[in-house]
Design a protein around this ligand. Structure first.
Ligand code: GLN
Length: 189
């Protein structure tokens, strides 16, 4: 099993390091051929506008959308969550539209307003989460399972093969969310 991390922009190296620390084969993905070598993909935090432009340019937007609609596991964190959401309420309509949630970009404030919080995550447990200019999940469809909340708002959710979190699990040294995603891939395989 090989796990991909979209390596166009953002903090993909930290995700690769986390995966490698779990002794999972991992690679950065910048082309469709590289995507096709993997059994699941993490879309990291960064700038959703920049990542989306590069995904369009490389053909990865269409290729990933097609694969994910056929069951390929995708985990979008922060900017990655914006890219997989069905609706981005304060920007353009949507990008990949893979999970039935509406998100608001930068809803948790500017860079200076980044914060940490202890979450109780379903099937994971207590987890210290880092939020950086995070998007907020404003609406969750009936088929979406909420895995964690912060101040009564969802911050981690899943719909079948699509996992999202508004926070960055790769910055804390805690590998349990990556393990959760690896288990999703194993079940899909
Ligand atoms: N604010 C960024 C965006 O809108 C997301 C921030 C992040 O990924 N840490 O794309």
């Amino acid at each position: 099993m090989k796990v991909g991390v979209l390596g166009l922009q953002g903090d993909f190296r930290e995700h690769l390091q986390t995966l490698q620390s779990l002794e999972v084969e991992a690679r950065d993905v910048r082309t469709i051929d590289q995507l096709n070598e993997t059994q699941g993909l993490i879309i990291p935090g960064g700038e959703s506008t920049t990542i989306s432009l590069l995904m369009e340019r490389t053909g990865l937007m269409d290729a990933l959308q097609k694969k994910a609609r056929e069951g390929f596991p995708v985990y979008g964190t922060c900017a990655g969550m914006i890219l997989v959401a069905k609706e981005v309420t304060n920007y353009r309509k949507s990008y990949l539209s893979l999970i039935d949630i509406s998100v608001r970009r930068n809803a948790y404030g500017r860079q200076v307003d980044s914060f940490e919080a202890d979450l109780n995550i379903k099937s994971v447990g207590l987890f210290r989460a880092v939020f950086i200019r995070a998007p907020q999940i404003e609406r969750v469809g009936a088929k979406v399972e909420i895995l964690a909340e912060h101040n009564s708002l969802p911050v981690m959710a899943r719909q079948k093969n699509i996992l999202v979190s508004s926070f960055h699990p790769e910055l804390t040294g805690d590998t349990r969310i990556h393990e959760y995603f690896i288990n999703m891939i194993k079940k899909e395989a």
